[in-house]
Write a protein that binds this ligand. Structure first.
Ligand SMILES: Cc1cc2nc3c(=O)[nH]c(=O)nc-3n(C[C@H](O)[C@H](O)[C@H](O)COP(=O)(O)O)c2cc1C
Length: 375
């Protein structure tokens, strides 16, 4: 009996050893400098949406390798402005975390990065992709792609100021006639940047129009060692796999897709490892997730301000709710937590007209499946 037990335990250990080795060889890995991530999937920053309350909530289903703060003005951080401090607020459960800085003065960027390192940031990410005029006009964000020498100086100053990895998030260029990403990527690698995230659009495209997989691939081919993370329009596990296959990127960054399906990181991670597609979350699951996000907004900002900020955020969750006009009309007036419950109840009964006896949307009211612009 004892011997049999010993034999079983031995077999189990041996199997685990073999399995661990297979896992080591086949699991995709994303390493940023010395930081090895648990998954190759990253949360793309969405200003006004992906603050601490969202990051804590999206980490719960699993599958997320690295999250980033929304873009933070380096100068405001040095000046210890309240808004900048709110943007970098974090918790031990919110790790690993990259803090994304924007600015156009190398010394300020270096000082802000050094201070963030002293506060425990895991990664400093430099924004070179934001096309919003308020940012661009100061020579920061996408404007840096038009002034590559300045962009390199800026990155160099940050790399010299810290020991943690520095990454850069860029686009393909200012517009279709000025595709500078491959050259800039090479220069960033030479400056000591540890990884690049490339949104496969130009600044002129904004946030819509086709994502160019060829554009992302040309960046992958331009660099020698550092990992490239692909970004843009990944809203399904299949889109993530296609982007990896067609571009050779080793990581994927997802922004809006995380609201359309908050399980996207868990499901994509599972799909990339096993090839199996997990079932979509139900309407009730999505509502529960959204409610947890709102509760954390209220916890962080107080009921009045949390609800006000959530007015803009909530509609992004509705992409796969089916008919949602009533919800969108009501949510823009949200001012208390109890009102949110009332809106959800009212919406549930309104939505019943579009569902069968089991609460599933009737086929004619189902939203079209999400497909990326590059699929
Ligand atoms: C509302 C909004 C806010 C954004 N804020 C930021 C930001 O703070 N920093 C940044 O690098 N990119 C920002 N982006 C760009 C996203 O990170 C991402 O590159 C883009 O949305 C494409 O990815 P997606 O299709 O997965 O959303 C923002 C995009 C949107 C739509």
């Amino acid at each position: 009996m004892c011997l049999a037990l010993y034999w079983c335990a031995h077999q189990l250990c041996a199997w685990h050893f073999v399995a661990a080795r297979i896992v080591r060889y086949t699991w995709p890995v994303l390493k940023i400098g010395r930081l090895e991530l648990k998954s190759i999937l990253c949360l793309a920053p969405l200003a006004g949406y992906t603050g601490l309350p969202f990051r804590l909530t999206i980490r719960e289903p699993g599958g997320l390798g690295l999250a980033a703060t929304e873009l933070v003005n380096a100068r405001s951080l040095i000046e210890r402005q309240r808004k900048a401090f709110e943007l970098i607020e974090t918790r031990p459960e919110d790790r690993p975390l990259a803090v994304q800085l924007f600015g156009s003065v190398p010394e300020e960027m270096g000082d802000a990065a050094a201070w963030l390192e002293s506060q425990g940031a895991d990664v400093i990410d430099i924004n070179m992709g934001c096309p919003v005029p308020k940012v661009r006009r100061t020579g920061a964000g996408i404007a840096l792609m038009a002034t590559p020498e300045k962009a390199v100086q800026l990155a160099q100053a940050v790399v010299n100021a810290v020991r943690i990895p520095v990454t850069v998030k860029m686009r393909l260029g200012m517009d279709g006639t000025r595709i500078v990403a491959p050259d800039l990527a090479k220069a960033m690698e030479d400056a000591g940047v540890a990884a690049l995230c490339v949104h496969g659009r130009t600044g002129a495209q904004g946030f819509s129009g086709a994502v160019s997989l060829d554009g992302i691939r040309s960046v992958v081919q331009a660099v020698r060692r550092i990992p490239v993370i692909g970004n843009g329009d990944v809203t399904t596990p299949e889109a993530a796999r296609l982007m990896i296959e067609k571009t050779g990127c080793v990581g994927i960054s997802i922004g809006r897709g995380a609201f359309y399906n908050p399980w996207i990181f868990a499901h994509t991670d599972h799909y990339l490892r096993t090839g199996e597609l997990l079932p979509e979350p139900s309407f009730d699951d999505r509502v529960l997730f959204m409610t947890r996000h709102l509760d954390r907004m209220i916890e962080m900002f107080g009921e009045a301000r949390g609800c006000m900020m959530f007015r803009k955020i909530a509609p992004l969750y509705t992409r796969l709710f089916g008919p949602a006009t009533l919800f969108k009309q009501r949510i823009v007036h949200l001012s208390s937590r109890s009102q949110f419950d009332e809106i959800i109840e009212e919406y549930r009964s309104w939505r019943r007209a579009f569902t069968d006896g089991e609460g599933n949307l009737l086929p004619r009211y189902r939203p079209a499946p999400l497909t990326a612009s590059f699929m």
